[in-house]
Design a protein around this ligand. Sequence first.
Ligand code: CP
Length: 314
Amino acid sequence: MSENKTVWTKKDLLGLYELSQEEIELILDTASSFKEISTREIKKVPALRGKTVVNLFYEPSTRTRVSFEVAAKRLSADVINIATETSSVKKGETLIDTGTNIQALKADIIVVRHDCSGAPAMLARHLDISVVNAGDGWHEHPTQALLDIFTLKEKSGKIKGLNVVIVGDISHSRVARSNIWGLTKLGAKVTVCAPQILIPAEIEKTGAKVSNDIDEALKNADAVNVLRMQFERDENKAFPGGLEYFKQFGITKERLKKAKKDIIVMHPGPLNRGIEMESAVADGENSVILEQVTNGIAVRMAVLFLVAQGKEKP
Ligand code: CP
């Protein structure tokens, strides 16, 4: 287990905004010690034996949902997946009522994804059991940022002093927000890059720099985290079209010729090939996209393990 002396006290993981540098490092160190378990022939330890984890997803997910299920099973927890499409949510049951019923069924941890920012925090305040945010609206996706940071640290050996560019739909991105909080707390320099319409107001107050020129932003970058264009959120049809976006901001082999040779290319998925990134880059030598997915297991094991020990309510 990790040498980190920080004591985890929180019963929930709601975002990286409310975590200290030490708490983030504790999660990363704990994940590091858990990573090896997935390489064993019998990929299981008894750390959460007898505990029950419920995955409650109000939005679609592939990576996060499967990865939380795999993580919980690696720790020997029992796992129940609730698809809201076939649950009593369809009959109008509220999030709080669903949560209190899951608590009454003696679950220990609820992993929740919701389209409303703040939904996991509201649930956490109402429940005594742990709540883990698996992505809420445009607010935060803390475990995605933790696995991004874990992967960066594994590749670079450090986070402090790295120049990280986050390019894409920053406005609607919970991944961008969690990455900004996590990376800046650990001493990285973050630049967000997008057409101005996709840059949220006052984003500089987070400590991130802003650029509208990807070629300029890439010049000094150690890593580029490429976000999905969320065209489904473009109600006013104000975003640049896919081809136009690709021309101006898409990550291509040609564009990377002007960046550092060993620049780390990341994407949280799902990826729109040919819009935010060309396939030659996504599948190329600088890409760590599938390593991010693999690291999601260790990071989520660490989060489940730590929140199961915490008692402090938000
Ligand atoms: N990165 C991510 O959250 O992917 P899913 O939506 O598939 O979980």
